[in-house]
Ligand binder design. Sequence first.
Ligand code: ATP
Length: 232
Amino acid sequence: MSVIKISDLRYAFGHGETQQTVLHGITADFTQGEITIIAGPSGSGKTTLLKLVAGLRTIQEGSIEIDGQRIETAKQRELVAVRRNIGFIFQSHHLISSLSVVQNVMMPLTFDSKMTPGKARQRALDILGEVDLSDHVHKRPEQLSGGQKQRVAIARALVHQPAIILADEPTASLDGPTGREIVSHLQRLSKEFGNTIVMVTHDNRILDVADRLVTLVDGKLSDHAPTLGEDF
Ligand SMILES: Nc1ncnc2c1ncn2[C@@H]1O[C@H](COP(=O)(O)OP(=O)(O)OP(=O)(O)O)[C@@H](O)[C@H]1O
């Protein structure tokens, strides 16, 4: 089943003579429960594409449907509902330094009116256990290593059980083994909960976790047979 459907998506930065078209008509479907990796050269528009799907940039031309809801024509209320179904993991994890690990992970649940503080805390503790951080729940983010912070970001992205996870370079700034550990956690959790994951990466050491590998080159997306050792 198609969860994200992109049709003839075009996007440009700037205006007039300085206009730079980054996406030249992207058409793609992302299937439920699948991990897709988007690879491609630096500056090819991978982050821009992810931000458009996330609703963090306004669609200029073309369309994106998430769970049957058209994004470009959605009302504010409908967009909020769509975003609730998406977990974001970005390169810089944006953890709140004044909150503890468990409080950071509870954040997405505070928007859920049916969730009591006790239940939210228990849910956060459970997911922190899943990413092996049970011994660190009362620490502040600054007391954690880069890999541990990234695992907190994963826990926070997954705590409200979103159907879709968008990850932009989740292993950037991590060493090889730590990066692998991060994607293994993501892969395990996605298989457990059936999440659809779309991940942008330069890191060719993690390409094997993908069910599907696509490349973005010259503003176009194409399916790509994974070749180990290939450099992007
Ligand atoms: N806010 C912006 N204003 C103007 N141009 C931008 C902006 N953001 C990105 N660009 C340009 O759009 C192009 C695509 O950028 P984008 O960040 O989507 O690429 P990317 O494939 O994610 O790159 P990288 O792999 O280096 O992160 C680049 O040429 C970039 O310089």
